[in-house]
Design a protein around this ligand. Structure first.
Ligand code: TXA
Ligand code: MG
Length: 351
């Protein structure tokens, strides 16, 4: 299959390209498109066969359900059986935007979207290209992140091309994804709203709107529970480059000294070694690649660079990456959640 690659300016959307892409979706094909979180791999969300192609292109386990994306809020009524008051408040505050809500589903939603679940994940993105594509297709669009399963999510169209060239019908390049981390997922289908995946809409922001919010225990700690996460996708090793990622935690001086020692050791053993750090510390390291995620206190910058930098280590042929750890409050919860998964929850403590 030849994958078409089209560029769209989000401030001046070329409707001809949108129509062409929407046509592909209507005919059961796959189109990757930008959202404000990461790039999505879209199919007609009401066409079970088209959704199955997504699993094939990504190499995604079939028990991992998809998110349906809507272009207008009214589209929610087609797919959600029940809209609890808490969901209403969350939608009023944060939609369109980087938060996915789990609802009881209507039977129109195919099994290949939701797997064995009687719930459906719904997101209303704010990205203008995403919305105009969904509206032109006229159906909810099923879209996981447009990466090969297990790899870091794509935050640029070039990442999608690298993973999906020849496997899908079209890629729309709409520039860098704004947030760079996938949406927050919140389950409102049972009792207290529960965060199943942390993202740019933080627990603190949600609590201001709906009061008490829980976090799925399977994702809140550093591997301190055996419980299966409620979002099936969170149980897989994820976001990991080919390089092995090792987190190093402790006081600043110890971390820098230890990482430099580890790098030296591994280089002697013949490995290409990278360090992932912040602007403040980058100058203290020597390695085959020292890459900064940005300023330590700028969580937005760190979040938006994380997947790009993880992919860059692969591009540079790095075998092992030693990474500092980052703040966990606010958006830091999402950053550290992804980083721990990239590292398979292994870290070295050097207090
Ligand atoms: O920001 C995002 O959410 C991006 C963009 C493209 O919108 N999409 C995304 O999709 O991250 P994906 O497929 O990579 O992650 C979806 C997550 C998976 O962990 C999946 O298990 C979970 O959502 N999920 C989907 N439906 C669910 C359901 N009914 N109940 C619980 N978890 C669900
Ligand atoms: Mg994903």
């Amino acid at each position: 299959m030849i994958t078409k690659f089209k560029t769209i300016d989000s401030e001046n959307i070329d409707l001809k390209i949108i129509e062409e892409a929407a046509d592909i979706l209507k005919k059961g094909g796959l189109v990757a498109f930008p959202t404000e979180t990461v790039y999505g791999l879209g199919a007609n969300g009401l066409d079970g066969e088209a959704c199955r192609k997504i699993y094939e292109a990504k190499g995604r386990p079939s028990d991992n359900p998809l998110i349906l994306h809507i272009g207008e809020r009214e589209q929610l009524n087609i797919i959600a059986e029940e809209i609890p008051e808490s969901a209403q408040k969350i939608m009023d505050a944060f939609w369109p935007g980087p938060i996915t809500i789990i609802f009881k589903k209507k039977s129109i939603v195919p099994d290949s979207v939701t797997g064995k679940f009687n719930t459906v994940a719904v997101r209303f993105p704010s990205n203008k290209i995403a919305r105009s594509l969904i509206n032109a297709a006229g159906v909810p669009v099923a879209a996981p992140s447009a990466n090969i399963s297990g790899k870091p999510s794509p935050t640029r169209a070039s990442h999608v091309l690298f993973d999906m060239d020849g496997k899908i019908d079209m890629i729309i390049d709409g520039g860098a994804a704004h947030f760079g981390l996938e949406s927050t997922i919140i389950d409102v289908s049972t009792g207290v709203p529960t965060i199943l995946r942390p993202g740019a809409i933080t627990k603190e922001m949600l609590e201001e709107v709906v009061g008490n919010v829980d976090v799925d225990p399977a994702i809140s700690g550093m591997g301190n529970t055996d419980a299966a996460p409620k979002a099936p996708g969170m149980k897989y090793t994820h976001y990991s480059p080919n390089a092995k990622v090792i987190l190093v935690k402790g006081s600043k001086d110890n971390v820098i000294e230890s990482i430099n020692n580890f790098v030296c050791e591994k280089q002697k053993a013949g490995f290409k070694v990278g360090v992932m750090t912040t602007d403040e510390n980058a100058m203290f390291y020597t390695a085959d690649a020292v890459l900064s995620l940005g300023k330590y206190d700028d969580q937005e910058e760190i979040g938006s660079n994380l997947f790009k930098i993880l992919r860059k280590f692969d591009f540079l042929g790095i075998d092992i990456v030693y990474s500092e750890v980052f703040q966990e409050q606010g958006e830091g919860a999402a950053i550290m959640n992804r980083l721990k998964k990239a590292a398979g929850n292994t870290f070295i403590e050097v207090i």
